[in-house]
Design a protein around this ligand. Structure first.
Ligand code: 5GP
Ligand code: MN
Length: 372
């Protein structure tokens, strides 16, 4: 009997050690892919950097870091290149401080200018998305272009749209992949790049609360801080910039709109377009809200639904849905099979076109089949 327990303890120890090895894995690039991408970059004259809809810190950080890198490389003197960052729609105000964020073109606001730049592009560098659908109309244009495309991303199952793919779902963030990619071309860090990359690492790990156990991550952070990233100031600029309305909206959502399904360890928050109007909703105001119910001891799953008013030409409102979970409880299959979305095992998104009530009904009908 005691041998049995000894064996169990030994296996637990071994799997723990294996986990540690896994956690310390450095991203290793395929040398052919790397040299193909480096050649594409060296020869390009007009580069469009694109990232996903509703840009988050990782999208902003990875795209802007690539932008700064292209503009500042030693070869930029002998071979100046045009580079531009295009995002499908507006990014939250709390990313406005990011170096050269004001250079970013927002497709929704400047479609014609963006279309011309996309048509003239001879290279696309895509960061932090795995499917052109995630970047809306910009994606259609990029797919239609014959120019080569490099993808730097950490989402599962990239679709087959890029010429060279650097996809590492085990990475903390696209910023981590961008760091490793740029490092291959020699010294590259400056304060701007470091600040952009730090932002993505920080936001995609919830300020290093989850998915952030690898030693490599902290080695990268050390380098970023050495290069001038101001860790505390970046935290402050991103997380401590709430408006009064935003904090009250969070309070309202948690106090009045959070429903708990105790037997399923599940929480649901919904906010209608009218409710958002009451609190003068701005892009990014509900960022982080979906994570909050996970602070309850017995809640392992959290879902947040936000109603967007119908746009001209779309008769029904869009319900944007965020899914979060803890541990070995994937939500991405549920998000993809029922809500036209997908994502990471513990952080996914999706949407339906219909009313909030319809979305809640679909949620209640389907969660028993998808939640452990
Ligand atoms: P969020 O809830 O922050 O909008 O999204 C969380 C994560 O889910 C994102 O980082 C992204 O990986 C994934 N995600 C969000 N929306 C979609 C979607 O519509 N399709 C897919 N495939 N993934 C999504
Ligand atoms: Mn990301």
């Amino acid at each position: 009997m005691s041998f049995f327990f000894l064996f169990l303890a030994y296996s637990a120890e071994m799997s723990y050690l294996c986990m540690q090895i896994q956690k310390n894995m450095v991203i290793s690039f395929d040398s052919k892919d790397l040299s193909a991408a480096q050649t594409m970059i060296a020869h390009a004259n007009n580069i469009v950097i694109a990232t996903h809809m509703a840009p988050d810190g990782d999208a902003m950080g990875s795209a802007l870091a690539v932008y700064h890198w292209l503009l500042n490389r030693p070869s930029a003197v002998s071979h100046p290149q045009e580079a531009v960052v295009i995002v499908p729609n507006a990014f939250p105000d709390f990313f406005r401080w990011m170096p050269r964020a004001s250079d970013i073109l927002i497709y929704e606001k400047e479609a014609e200018k963006c279309n011309t730049l996309i048509a003239n592009a001879d290279l696309f560098i895509c960061t932090d998305f795995n499917d052109p659908k995630r970047i809306g109309p910009v994606g259609d244009k990029i797919v239609a272009s014959g120019a080569p495309k490099i993808l730097l991303d950490h989402h599962l199952h990239p679709t087959d749209f890029a010429s060279v793919v650097f996809s590492y779902p085990e990475a903390t963030s696209s910023c981590e992949i961008v760091y490793r990619f740029m490092e291959q071309g020699g010294p590259f860090l400056n304060k701007e790049i470091a600040s952009c990359l730090y932002t993505g690492l920080m936001t995609d790990t919830g300020n290093f609360a989850f998915n952030s156990s690898s030693c490599e991550l902290y080695e990268i952070i050390a380098e970023l801080i050495r290069a001038g990233a101001e860790k505390d100031a970046i935290f402050d600029a991103v997380f401590n910039q709430y408006s009064v309305d935003r904090l009250r909206l969070m309070g309202y959502a948690l106090y009045r709109k959070m429903r708990i399904y105790p037997e399923h360890h599940l929480a649901l928050i919904t906010l209608s377009a009218d409710e958002l109007d009451q609190y003068h909703y701005q892009v990014g105001d509900t960022e982080g809200l979906v994570n909050m119910p996970l602070q309850i001891s017995d809640v392992y799953y959290s879902v947040f639904m936000r109603e967007e008013r119908p746009k001209p030409g779309t008769p029904r409102p869009r319900i944007r849905i965020s899914f979060r979970s803890q541990g070995n409880r994937p939500v991405n299959i549920w998000a993809s099979e029922i809500f036209h979305g997908g994502g990471h095992a513990n952080a996914s998104g999706g949407e339906i076109f219909g009313t909030l009530n319809q979305a809640v009904q679909l949620f209640e009908k389907t969660f028993p089949s998808y939640l452990i």
